[in-house]
Every structure is written in C-alpha cells, then in structure tokens.
Design a protein around this ligand. Structure first.
Ligand SMILES: [Zn+2]
Ligand SMILES: [Zn+2]
Length: 399
C-alpha cells in the first residue's frame, strides 16, 4: 500500500470512455479513437485501431495491423519485445506475454513506485500458437471479463477437438466446416487438430489465408494448408475447412457436400447461443480466461485493486469485493469479444470486417432457410453447454 503515499493509480492511468490514458507518459493503451500515441496490447480490431499518430506494440501486433489496415495505418510505429521496457516522459512501460493470440501482450506501466498492469485480453491455459501468459505482480491489475460469470468454465480444448475429429470419422462422405475467428482462434484450432494427430491437408476460406500464412512464417506449425477455392465439391467429402463463422450460413457453404457445421467459440458454452448459431457441432474453445482463470489470475498478481473491462464486469467486481479487493468497472466503449463481432446470428452483428472475402453472393434469407431443415445431424454433443442465468451487460454485440 506504500504506493498510495506517492501516487494514486488514477494519477498514473486515467480510465476514459475511449481507453485508459497516461497523462504523464503522454499515451493511451488500446484507445478506441485516434490518439497521438497508442500502446497496443494485441491485433484484434477492437484493441488495435487505425489512425493513431505513434504506435508502440510487438512486431506481431504491428504486422497484424499492417495486414488489416495497410502500410499507413499509423503515423509511425515502434517495435517492443517481451520483457523490454521503454520510458515515456519518466513513465516506464514493459510488455509481457498475455497468452491470448500471437504477439499479444500485457502492458505494465510503472511510475513512482506504482505499477499497473493492463492485461488486454488474456488466457491462462496453454496455446500452441502463442507465448504463455506471464504473471506480473502489480498494485493494480486491469482485467478483461469477457467470460466473467461462474457459468463460464471452459472445457479441455483437446476434448472439443476430439468431438470434431470423431464426427469426421463418423461422416467420411461429408465436408466439415469449422467457423472460427480469423485472427488467433482459427490458427489455434488448426494447431489443436494437428496436435490430435490429424495429418490430412486442412482447407481454408480465402479470409483465413493471410493470417494463417503469417502464423506459419513465425514458426507456428499448422501442417499442410490449402485454399479451398480451387477444390471441386466432390473432392471435399471427408475434409476439414476453416472459415469465418459468418461464412457458415452464406451461399459460399453450398460448395461443400452435405456439410457438418461447427463453430469454435467460448460462447458455445451457452446453450441458447449454440442453438442460435445454428451450427451442428458447437466447440467450446476460447482465447479468454474463464471464471476460474480470471479469479486465479487476479489473486496471483497480488494486486490490491482491480479494474474490470469489457464483459461481465459486475460479477467479477462483486467477487473482488468479497475478497477484500478494491474493484471498479471501467466503462470503456468499444471493446468487444472478437467472436462476438463474427457471430453467425440471424440478427447479424456490426463487425465481421473483411472476414468474408467471398461474401455477398446471395441473400440472408436464402442461406438461412437452408438451415430450417438441416440434413441428418451428427450426434451433437451439447453436454458442455449451459444456460446463462441472465444477460450480462455490454457483450451482446447483436443486440
Ligand atoms: Zn482479443
Ligand atoms: Zn478484447
């Protein structure tokens, strides 16, 4: 508590509706509007936006921004490595792995004996496609709460992948289409499929190619990947194709023989969401910490104060209070869950930017009507799904 004598946390990082701001250091972290200097935790579009003056981030995050927005996405850029510290007007900022996606970082900001860690999005479970989450002791921990409700306990991802591979064995004549967010989730799903011993080529929707190639070029082994666009329908029986979730219900999916549709997302834990997504094989795989992971991480940081962002803030804030921790929700407008922006809901979502290069060939009603009478369903495992007791605030992108 010694830091209280020297500096209040709010004097070091001021929460604003467009992100946390360090006035002394002259920067924002993951700002949702253009600013002079931005420190970016990772490449997802709600955290990494175009139009800032100067951007400080890991090489991978900068590359992902370049892939998405083009060369001139910022006035200038500066690369920082994990464990490296920069000093900005006397304030130090150090980047540490967040275990969320390739290049994702927590940013530890320190000044006059007060250390605040802005963790961005994170998960505390192993992921073959990125560096593991590193625990950074701090006075104030800024945590996400995308899955900040006790119902969210993510199952073993290997068991979810086993369901997919079982279905492929069960229905060798059918194509398997797996909806997964383009940045991070798709590559993790592919890596998990490889880890399970699947050696066949895996096919990619056009929107998946640049980032998957990028992961490969950075040493993440995804095995043999092929563009699906060159394939004949008849040759796609028994194959696995990764696509943006939105493509599952587009005319695009008609090129596949009697497809089994799967969707890899933490939201598949919620029975209503799994049903709403209209997929036959919900796979509960998330790149965010679940309720147990959030709580364990909060305790392990040793922080006496917790700031909670995007998601189910209230439950986690309440839980912190019961532990004697000072906690507050941050009302930052514009953070979402990356899966959320891509949810194949009949109501649609505002996001899905550039997710589907091959979108727009047919009307929504056409595509959704084909799901009214789905083909013979595989044994849909719903055991890992639960009902959500009530709607949390903020995260319902389609609302
Ligand atoms: Zn993210
Ligand atoms: Zn996020």
């Amino acid at each position: 508590m010694a830091y209280l004598a020297t500096m209040r946390p709010e004097d070091l990082l001021l929460p604003t509706p467009s992100g946390v701001c360090c006035k002394t250091g002259g920067f924002y972290i993951d700002p949702t509007r253009p600013v002079d200097r931005a420190l970016i935790t990772h490449g997802h579009s709600d955290h990494a936006r175009a139009g800032h003056g100067a951007v400080l981030a890991t090489q991978e995050t900068l590359d992902m921004m370049r892939l998405r927005y083009g060369e001139d996405f910022a006035g200038s850029t500066q690369v920082i490595r994990y464990g490296e510290t920069v000093t900005l007007n006397g304030v130090t900022a150090t980047f540490h792995p967040a275990g969320h996606v390739l290049g994702s970082a927590q940013i530890a900001v320190e000044h006059k004996g007060c250390r605040i860690v802005a963790s961005g999005d994170y998960k505390d479970v192993p992921d073959p496609t990125c560096a593991p989450f590193q625990l950074v002791p701090c006075d104030v921990f800024i945590t996400e709460a995308t899955f900040g409700l006790p119902v969210f306990r993510h199952p073993d991802p290997d068991a979810e992948i086993a369901k997919l591979l079982h279905s492929v064995t069960l229905f060798p004549e059918r194509a398997h289409l797996v909806g997964a967010y383009t940045l991070g989730k798709a590559q993790r799903v592919i890596a998990l499929i490889r880890k399970a011993g699947y050696r066949e080529p895996i096919y990619l929707h056009g929107a998946m190619e640049p980032l998957s190639r990028y992961y490969m070029s950075h040493g993440v082994d995804l095995g043999e990947l092929r563009p699906v666009r060159d394939m004949k329908k008849a040759d796609l029986g028994g194959t696995i194709t990764l696509c943006p979730p939105s493509a599952l219900k587009e005319v695009w999916s008609r090129r596949f023989p009697d497809p089994v549709t799967a969707y890899a997302s933490g939201w598949m834990r919620v029975r209503a969401r799994a049903r709403q997504s209209l997929v036959q094989l919900p796979l509960v795989i998330s790149d965010h910490a679940d309720w147990d992971g959030l709580r364990a991480t909060i305790v392990a940081t040793g922080a006496s104060e917790i700031w909670v962002t995007h998601g189910q803030e209230d439950a986690l804030v309440h839980w912190c209070a019961t532990r004697g921790l000072k906690a507050r929700p941050l009302d930052i407008v514009g953070y979402g869950d990356e899966d959320e922006t891509d949810l194949p809901s009949p109501l649609g979502a505002e996001g899905g930017e550039a997710q589907s290069a091959e979108r727009g060939e047919g009307s929504l009603s056409e595509t959704s009507s084909r799901f009214q009478s789905p083909p013979s369903r595989p044994s849909t495992p719903r055991a890992s799904t639960v009902d959500l007791p009530h709607k949390g605030g903020g995260e319902e992108g389609e609302a």
